[in-house]
Write a protein that binds this ligand. Structure first.
Ligand code: ZN
Ligand code: ZN
Length: 638
């Protein structure tokens, strides 16, 4: 007779086997109504799952992340059901949950149109309203293959045939529609209350470009309409901030298809911002005791064999170039180069730590389908640095890196960090002792800085534990930028050494760290974070001088020269256009300050100052303007 332990520590006894739903009913009718699934000894099951033995049980509702995932996955089934009804010749393939939603891939003779999506969505609403029960059944593998083949669902049959023989297959039926699925699912389609199909895209069967192209329909689903609407509003806001659109509008960068996808061209205005970012980065690092190196873009393939990249990283590397009877590899990483600089001479324990930074441009293979603006590219610049230190210096070095990271990111207006510490995976190099010491040092460094973190047990790379830092942007999206990675492997592979106090040869510890991650991607995040309204210190054009008539031209040139002399980025618009037109145009270009010059300003040696938000600051002399600008630049907009 099962006894069920609930999350609050209470325990309920039953005389006979009970379903998850029975237990929920026993607790209360509200919970029975809200129950979407159960978690039995940590495993998700349907509400109709029978409990026969003593067990731990949690009732899953739409307040649990797992509950929301079940709703999303069930909405994918609903989508497939509607598509099969409306387009019987479409074949179903897979329909997983993704962040904030789901997709389903169909094999169909043509692309689905926006009109199709509307029809499908309408049919989905009807099917949800019909509140069809969702029923689970189990079939033997070979029988299931036959079953789907008979239905003409070749893709499903192929998926099932790749499941190991003898394994039972679970199927879910709602109305006439049956799909292969591990489950669990909602008890009936009426539990789907708030969803929207968002877009269609092509996708290759099994993600392989040698296979046929499928039609992928994306959607989003939420527990209620309010959450759905809030998400759709966020999507519209993200669309409005899209870095590709703003990048074109403000003439910041381009991707030139003639040159190849995933290769970034920084235009003069974008390159100005990049230079400000880089200068700030170098300044901060210099202050934090870093030195800088500059290394080549290619190196003999042998180097990448020694480092191990030629084995475990080869999928991301371009084919080597042959020359002079050697193979040269375009670099996917900067690390081995910094190791070579280290090995160029013998180091003593007194030299350590060595902190070497480089804006290192690397190239990595990416499928063309995965490329996305500045966010996913083939060539990018890492704000890379490697620290070579002794074991007893790990903690203080990590504290230094964390301080530097927060200072750097906070300057760009990021105040909300999500820190993850990943520890030793099952397969790892290095002794237990060094892993334990290193992991303790990372943890202690985070704690000494008073930071919260999430532990990702076993989630580290095979060569060392790491810290990942995510930032939250102005509309609440998270971006993974900074990584601090300890490495016990490369020092071993390259036989790196230092001479200890007792005159013995020892291995240094290597720390890899990139704070922006990729400059290109970080720039993309910044554009979206600021929606193109860069704070004064970053703005590619900080001030625009606008003349009312050509009488002010000589005065405008004087003001222009004076401001440029102060290191400000200024444009002068002397065109014969109406002042209202000029103001509108430079406001659209998001120039922070507009200086309007008329006869009165010329006579009184002043400028009339407007901001891009439309605020009129009145007339002032250049000294007053400059002290205002200085203060604003120093604050970095924070
Ligand atoms: Zn499913
Ligand atoms: Zn590295």
């Amino acid at each position: 007779m099962p006894s069920v332990s609930l999350p609050d520590g209470s325990r309920r006894h039953f005389d006979a086997s009970v379903s998850v739903l029975d237990v929920a009913r026993d607790i209360g009718p509200g919970l029975a109504k809200a129950a979407l699934a159960g978690k039995v000894d940590g495993r998700l099951v349907d509400v109709r799952h029978e409990i026969t033995e003593d067990t731990d049980l949690a009732i899953v509702t739409d307040r649990d992340p797992e509950g929301v995932e079940i709703i999303r996955h069930s909405t994918a089934h609903l989508l497939a059901q509607a598509v099969k009804e409306l387009f019987p010749s479409a074949q179903v393939t897979i329909g997983p949950v993704i962040e904030n939603g789901f997709y389903y891939d169909f094999a169909f003779e043509r692309a689905f149109t926006p009109d199709d999506l509307e029809k499908i969505e309408k049919r989905m609403r009807e099917l949800a309203k019909a509140d069809l029960p969702v029923e689970r059944s189990v079939m033997e593998r070979d029988e299931a293959v036959e079953h789907f083949r008979d239905m003409g669902e070749e893709y499903k049959a192929e998926i099932i045939a790749s499941i190991p023989e003898g394994q039972d297959i679970s199927l879910y039926r709602q109305g006439e529609f049956v799909d292969l699925c591990r489950g669990p699912h909602i008890p009936s389609t009426g539990r789907i209350k708030a969803f929207k199909l968002t877009k269609v895209a092509g996708a290759y069967w099994r993600g392989d470009s040698d296979n046929e192209m499928l039609q992928r329909i994306y959607g989003t689903a939420w527990p209620n309409k309010e959450q759905l609407n809030a998400y759709l509003e966020q999507l519209r806001e993200a669309e409005r901030r899209d870095h590709r659109r703003i990048g074109t509008e403000l003439d910041l960068f381009s991707i030139q298809e003639d040159a190849g996808g995933g290769l970034v061209f920084w235009h003069p205005k974008g390159a100005r911002i990049r230079r400000v970012i880089e200068n700030f980065w170098f300044e901060l690092h210099e202050r934090a005791g870093y030195d800088f190196v500059v290394t080549p873009h290619i190196a003999n393939l042998e180097l990448w064999k020694t480092s191990g990249h030629a084995d475990f990283y080869s999928d991301s590397m371009y084919e080597p170039m042959e020359d002079d009877n050697q193979s040269f590899q375009l670099k996917p990483m900067n690390c081995p180069f910094h190791v070579l600089v280290y090995k160029d001479r013998l180091h003593s324990y007194r030299d350590l730590p060595l902190r070497w930074g480089e804006m290192g441009t690397v190239y990595r293979r990416e499928m063309s389908g995965a490329l996305h603006g500045l966010m996913r590219v083939r060539g990018f610049t890492q704000d890379d640095a490697h620290i070579f230190c002794r074991e007893d210096q790990i903690e203080s070095e990590i504290i230094g890196v964390l301080e530097l990271t927060l200072e750097l990111l906070e300057a760009f207006g990021f105040k909300d960090f999500d820190i993850h510490l990943s520890t030793k995976p099952e397969d790892a190099v290095g002794s237990d002792a060094i892993w334990e010491h290193a992991t303790d040092s990372l943890r202690s460094a985070i704690e000494k800085k008073g930071l919260d973190y999430t532990l990702d047990e076993g989630g580290g790379a095979f060569y060392g534990p790491k810290i990942d830092i995510k930032i939250r942007d102005a509309i609440g999206r998270q971006w993974q930028c900074s990584t601090v990675q300890l490495d016990f492997n490369l020092p071993e592979r390259f036989d790196m050494e230092y001479v200890s106090e007792s005159n013995e040869r020892r291995r240094p510890i290597m720390i890899h760290r990139a704070l922006f991650g990729s400059l290109e991607r970080f720039f993309g995040v910044l554009i979206e974070h600021y929606a193109g309204l860069f704070p004064l210190w970053l703005a590619p054009v900080q001030l625009a001088i606008l003349t009312i008539t050509e009488r002010q031209d000589p005065y405008a040139r004087e003001v222009l020269a004076a401001l440029r002399q102060k290191g400000l980025r200024v444009d002068a618009d002397l065109r014969n256009e109406k002042i209202g037109f000029k103001i509108r145009e430079h406001t659209l270009k998001r120039v922070p300050y507009l200086l309007v010059l008329g006869d009165r300003e010329m006579e009184t040696n002043t400028v009339a100052v407007r901001t891009r938000s439309g605020e009129d600051l009145g007339s002032m002399g250049l000294d007053a303007l400059l002290s205002r600008l200085d203060a604003e630049i120093a604050s970095r907009g924070n």
